[in-house]
Design a protein around this ligand. Structure first.
Ligand code: AKG
Length: 298
């Protein structure tokens, strides 16, 4: 563990500068099998926010996120996983909280790109201490991997992508934030980075980093994306109530800039973790896609 965390610490400056890093061999086969067990639980227990983004395509591009029972069901994994220590090492903090999980499944003959976007556009929190940890259970080739615009977490926050099949930059809010640029049509002018990822490697990125998933072609890609936050995370106001995290009444509890602490989000570090207060009242009743395309939460 200490070797892995030393390796992570040596990447902290790159993480702060680029907004995304790949850390090889973080999860051993036992830890990976454990993570896969929870991924499988999510796949077999869809929440109301589960959806296929592009139903008319040949391949499957499925996601689900923020299951009302995930924090409770993932508890043992979250308490023990080195992934919480990885983000603590990157941030240089002692405290880490669980925000939510998201699962992706891309499989079939061909799946299209995950449109370029920044997660922060959809998120009700800001801060340096917020991270997405992208874990894969299948080898992912570089040309089919998640791509990032280096350093983009330090510049403009754009409107979200509504994941519209005909227009990948179609905005979620349509006001208050600039529309996403068409990065895909102009790739040479963006500093794009990606990695081939083997099971056990993890990609960590700040949610304000512009990213998009390459299309897959005949491969299966199973991804668990964990969202974690630390001490400096504060509640953020977006042009409309932010879509994520999908927790009933979330916006009633906060004012802009307030420290982001809420019973739905258990503290993972320092140990012992604080799960006692976790509420399972994360009600949401329609799919994420519907919410993104309506530009509002249910
Ligand atoms: O895996 C993908 O294609 C998308 C990942 C992503 O956008 C995320 O984890 O925020």
């Amino acid at each position: 563990m200490s070797n892995t965390l030393d390796k992570v610490k040596s990447l902290a400056a790159e993480y702060r500068r680029d907004g995304a890093i790949c850390v090889p061999n973080v999860l051993d086969s036992t830890a990976l099998a454990e993570a896969e067990r929870y991924y499988n639980w999510s796949i077999t227990h869809p929440s109301p926010s589960a959806c296929e983004f592009f139903e008319n395509d040949d391949g499957t591009f499925y996601q689900d996120q923020c299951h009302p029972d995930a924090a409770i069901n993932y508890r043992e994994f979250l308490e023990q996983t080195i992934l919480a220590d990885v983000v603590a090492a990157l941030w240089g903090t002692d405290e880490v909280w669980f925000l939510y999980e998201q699962v992706f499944l891309k499989e079939g003959t061909k799946t299209r790109r995950t449109p370029w976007h920044q997660d922060s556009s959809y998120l009700a929190l800001d801060g340096e201490h917020i991270a997405v940890v992208w874990v894969n259970f299948d080898p992912v080739r570089k040309d089919q991997s998640l791509e990032f615009v280096r350093g983009s977490h330090l510049t403009t926050l754009y409107d979200g992508s509504a994941f519209d099949a005909d227009d990948p930059t179609k905005p979620v809010y349509g006001k208050g934030l600039p529309r996403l640029p068409d990065i895909e049509s102009d790739r040479a002018n963006w500093d794009i980075v990606s990695w081939a990822v083997n099971p056990g490697d993890v990609v960590v990125f700040h949610p304000s980093t512009l990213h998009g998933g390459s299309p897959t072609d005949g491969l299966r890609r199973r991804t668990l994306s964990l969202r974690l936050f630390g001490p400096d995370a504060v509640y953020a106001v977006r042009p409309k109530p932010a879509l994520a995290p999908l927790v009933a009444g979330l916006h009633d509890n906060f004012t802009a800039g307030q420290a982001f602490r809420h019973v739905a989000f258990p503290r993972l570090r320092p140990t012992p973790a604080g799960f006692e207060q976790v509420s399972s009242a994360r009600a949401h009743t329609v799919s994420v896609k519907t919410q993104m395309q309506a530009g509002a939460i249910d």
